[in-house]
Design a protein around this ligand. Structure first.
Ligand SMILES: [Zn+2]
Length: 133
């Protein structure tokens, strides 16, 4: 059974949309427009997203690597800062991976990435506020 690349609805007769060299199945012109908007946004923001993810990842890993040289307090702040940045990144650029898009469609996987981003922000913001004040 074919599914819409955007909303993941099961398709009888798919409407095929083109993006670069990709042929993607979707419901209709509406879903097709959203797919193209999403893919062009991913294309434009890819570099920004990768840079932010790398910084966030490095911040989260730094305390583990340098734990011997760092006191607990600064280690935790770096870790939480990394989580905060990751949350911000996931909310601003909810780019899911190809696999989750295959399974859930763009809309479904975007929702999950955004939800995780919001959880990251909700967890990290109070800790940052309390430790930095
Ligand atoms: Zn659709």
């Amino acid at each position: 059974m074919k599914h819409c690349y955007y909303c993941n609805e099961a398709l009888g007769e798919p409407y095929v949309t083109q993006f670069n060299s990709l042929s993607l199945n979707c419901c209709d012109v509406e879903c097709s427009k959203k797919i193209i908007a999403f893919l062009s946004r991913v294309k434009r923001a890819k570099v920004c997203f990768s840079v932010l993810s790398t910084i966030a990842g490095a911040l989260m890993l730094a305390p583990l690597v340098f734990i011997v040289r760092m006191d607990m307090g600064s280690g935790i702040i770096l870790l939480v800062l990394g989580i905060f940045l990751m949350g911000l990144n996931s909310c601003a650029f909810p780019f899911a991976t190809g696999q989750s898009i295959e399974a859930l469609g763009i809309r479904g996987s975007q929702r999950i990435v955004r939800t995780i981003g919001v959880i990251f922000l909700l967890v990290s913001t109070p800790i940052l506020v309390f430790t930095l004040i």
